[in-house]
Every structure is written in C-alpha cells, then in structure tokens.
Ligand binder design. Sequence first.
Ligand code: MG
Length: 255
Amino acid sequence: MITLKSQRELDKMRRAGEVVAKVHQRLSELIQPGITTIELDRIAEEIIRSCGAIPSFKGFPCAYGGIDFPGSICTSINDQVIHGIPGNIVLKEGDIVSVDAGAILDGYHGDAARTFPVGKVSEEARALIYHTEEAFRRGMEKAVEGNRVVDISIAIQQYAESQGYSVVRDFVGHGIGTQMHEEPQIPNYKTQERGPRLSNGMTLAIEPMINMGTWQVKVLKDNWTVVTVDGKLSAHYENTIAVTPNGPEILTRLY
Ligand code: MG
C-alpha cells in the first residue's frame, strides 16, 4: 500500500531527514585517509541518538540469512555498491566510500546516501561521484503528481548511460514513511511495469547506484556487502523526497 502523508507527517519526516543530513554533514568533514569505518559508524550513531532518534539500519534483518546488520550506517568502499559493514577498515588516499544512513524520529524515517572521496581521488572516481548525484537530480525532477514511477527510472537510467555508466538492477529505491521500505519500488532502470502514478503527499527514497563497468553485482559471504562483479567502482546517491504541489522537495537536508 502506498501511503500519502499529511502536512503534519511531512513535518515529522523533515525532522527525521535533518538527522540524517547532519550525519552526512559531519562525516563529510571527517572522512580522510587513516580513519576507520567503525569510527565513522560510532560518530554517526552518536549524532543520531543525540537528536533523540534511532539508527534504523542497526539490527535490520538480513535478506540472505546472515546476521542482523550490526552498524548504524553502511560503509561501502570502491567496488562495494551498498550494505558494507563498518569495521576495523582504514580508509586510504584515493578510495571512495559510500555512506548510507537512516534514522527514525517520532515514528518516521529519513534515509540518505552519499559517496565521499577519501583525500585525493582519480579523475574518473570524481566524475562517477558527480554524475551519480546528477542522476539522482534527473530522477527527482520527474517526481511530480501525474507522472509514473517509471518516469523517474527512465530519467536516471538515460542520464547514467549517456555518461557511459551502468545502473544497478538488483536493488532499487522505495517509498518511505513509518516504515523504512514502503511501496512503491523505484527501480533505477526502465522495467516492463510503468509503476503507480505519483501523487502529492507521497514520500520516496530515490537512490541511484551507478557503476563504472557492468551493472551486475553479487553479495559477499558476509551476506551483506554488495560488490560489482567486475571489481570496478560504484557510487550511490540517495535522498528522501516528497512529491508536493510545489514540485519535489528534499526532506533529508539541513534546515
Ligand atoms: Mg534507501
């Protein structure tokens, strides 16, 4: 079922979204060669809890029969696409790290991801990060009442492929609200299904995962970490947005 949010609910989602935006703001300042992903996780959890929110990823059940997710954020390095587990892993110059963060505040979720450069990165890594954010923006522009989900999907895929990249098929964006994953699913590529029509009050997590090489991915033995099968770089950019009469509104931002 797709839920439409009232103004009061959207206000709650803005507040949850701001918590997630604060995490990304702080981590963007801290990410540099030498820091470990478990340190980033600890700081992210501290920020989320200090806002009175709960990290929504922590304890999330595994789709592949593994352990519940142990971190408050996902940290996915280089060829890791999503769902990397924070650990005693030292970031080094030239890496890129995708951070996905989610928080529940007052019963509502915010969910957002960014890919950050670690120190000085290659020109191709920098371009991948830039174009992944741009793919998100192209998709978001289509999140207006009367369009269908597939319009978002097509805009993301066309932009990414026009830049020579591929889009991950196996994982998709989603509706969001009192649940982290609500309907509808939002693929980042064109499917046979056109998807439901968009209405004002819908809240969506739009999240292109863009690969340098093939779109194909696999899950590592930890049952969480998703990597590109060809070992090439991947980037992720996500915001929780609302479909409103004034156009799409990003909820996961600093107010
Ligand atoms: Mg998401």
